[in-house]
Write a protein that binds this ligand. Sequence first.
Ligand code: C2E
Ligand code: CA
Ligand code: CA
Ligand code: CA
Length: 279
Amino acid sequence: SKSQSGAAIHFYAHDMSAGTRDWIELEADLRNGLDEDRFEVHYQPQYELATGKLAAFEALLRFRRHDGLLLSPGDFIAVAEESGLIEAIGDWVLQEVTLQIADWSRQGLAPVPVAVNVSARQCLGRSLARRVEQALRQSHIAPSLLRLELTESTAMGDVDHVAALLADIRALGVHLSVDDFGTGYSSLSYLKRFPIDELKVDRSFVRDLVSDPDDAAIVRATVALAHGLGMRVVAEGVETVEQLNLLASQQCDLVQGYLFSKPLPAETVVAEGLLMPAE
Ligand code: C2E
Ligand code: CA
Ligand code: CA
Ligand code: CA
């Protein structure tokens, strides 16, 4: 009867943990947020260590919660992945970033590549290559201005599938980076199978680089491995001049971190003069 089902629902709501309720509420908010344009991309510069020149940006996603609070991915990406919303959100990020690159170019600014983070889940089907191609076509930007950052967990699924997908994406002219290098559980063999251009040394290795010889050894080995395979190395999470000097002495190619800049809204990137006029 009606009253019985009402009681059952009441029982459920009461039994649900606060964590589960928060999760469901956030999932609904993320879904609405896509329609209501409440996602934002912030851009963190990467600099060439040898010259100090701006080399690229990493696009980092933010979400404006219904109550106005700006959330970082740590607060919502797990919910987005678990619910499958990450595919629609990832699509939005690709479009937003490629259109932003086109907009900067229309403003007469010299083009700088932007790296977009991609979840393992976005690499499950074949659609990512199509979505990337569509974003490039719609924005008319040079494909080399777009990079994708993948983690080692992407390489842990169906390796043949991922190799084919990444080959398709690389064939479009888009460059590929391995994020959080050395923190996953995959073997190194994927470095041979995947068309990778760049390794990103994880922040956890950079943090104690100056005081911990083990971290210094890991960074040195990563640089040697990358250069031996014809790849660039980016160190992320660089916060001190001491870290920077050590990375320079180890021939690291690019650096990114709070020492140089936090991730910035697109307008701030322009307002602070990070982008040079195109000649
Ligand atoms: P990540 O790709 O490893 O990004 C680096 C994180 O370190 C970013 O956190 C960045 O803001 C932060 N960071 C940069 N420099 C420093 C520093 O000097 N010190 C410290 N302590 N932190 C620094 P954020 O923006 O909160 O992003 C967290 C993670 O969320 C990213 O880690 C990435 O895995 C994921 N993410 C971000 N944007 C997207 C996206 O558009 N799609 C997907 N699928 N994941 C994303
Ligand atoms: Ca990243
Ligand atoms: Ca990282
Ligand atoms: Ca990460």
